[in-house]
Design a binder for this molecule. Structure first.
Ligand SMILES: NC(=O)c1ccc[n+]([C@@H]2O[C@H](COP(=O)([O-])OP(=O)(O)OC[C@H]3O[C@@H](n4cnc5c(N)ncnc54)[C@H](OP(=O)(O)O)[C@@H]3O)[C@@H](O)[C@H]2O)c1
Length: 190
């Protein structure tokens, strides 16, 4: 699992902005349940917006829903109606972000999560608010045909430790993994 968190700068020059949501991008590998568990744990108790590409959305098992405290946005230019279990349909990434950043949701949404796929992750990683990458390095090989985009590890610096993120190698169901956090040096972080 990879999570990328993006947060809006709190200041631009001398202009102080109002508090805003934090955006997370998540790669969730259904074969490595560890990622899912950490994600669910991380979002409990907050109101969240989660952004999905159409294929990712429909790859979710019905048993995942409902998810407490989450409003779901599906991105598509071919769907005409909001899919079952989702709350919003948007035609581009910025529209989804604006949902959380503008009234009426701006006062409600604390965090934006990105559920993939590739293009949605790319859009999120390139978003100017992006300043943190939470990456779970799963130490095993799987056959894959969809990939998380490269991100600039010169821009996002690996943190030795990060609050609330377990350090060292973890293991579950025989799968070893470790959590990593990359922080954009020019960002404000969370
Ligand atoms: N294992 C993992 O961790 C993991 C994580 C994520 C995804 N996946 C897998 O990857 C596959 C899906 O990923 P994917 O990258 O192929 O597809 P995807 O992003 O989920 O879906 C692609 C579709 O979403 C819409 N879309 C995506 N980005 C958009 C944007 N910026 N603006 C407007 N619409 C946008 C478009 O729908 P329209 O064609 O309707 O316009 C596009 O054709 C699934 O099989 C999923 O299970 C696995």
């Amino acid at each position: 699992m990879v999570q990328v968190s993006l947060s809006q700068p709190s200041t631009i020059g001398s202009q102080v902005l109002t508090p805003s949501p934090v955006i997370y991008v998540i790669i969730r590998d259904m074969r490595a349940e560890v990622g899912v568990k950490y994600f669910i744990h991380s979002i409990s108790g907050k109101m969240n917006l989660m952004v999905w590409g159409r294929l990712c959305w429909f790859s979710n098992p019905e048993t995942m829903f409902p998810m407490a405290n989450i409003l779901h946005v599906v991105l598509s230019n071919t769907l005409n109606t909001v899919p079952d279990h989702a709350h919003f349909l948007c035609q581009d990434f910025e529209s989804a972000i604006r949902l959380a950043a503008e009234p009426p949701l701006a006062d409600v949404i604390e965090t934006i999560w990105i559920g993939g796929g590739t293009q949605v992750y790319k859009d999120a990683l390139n978003h100017p608010w992006c300043d943190l990458v939470y990456l779970t390095d799963i130490m095993a090989d799987f056959d894959c045909d969809v990939f998380f985009p490269e991100f600039d590890k010169g821009l996002f610096k690996l943190q030795e430790r990060f609050p609330d993120v377990p350090s060292g190698v973890q293991e579950e169901n025989g799968v070893k993994y470790k959590f990593q956090v990359f922080k954009k040096e020019t960002g404000n972080g969370v």
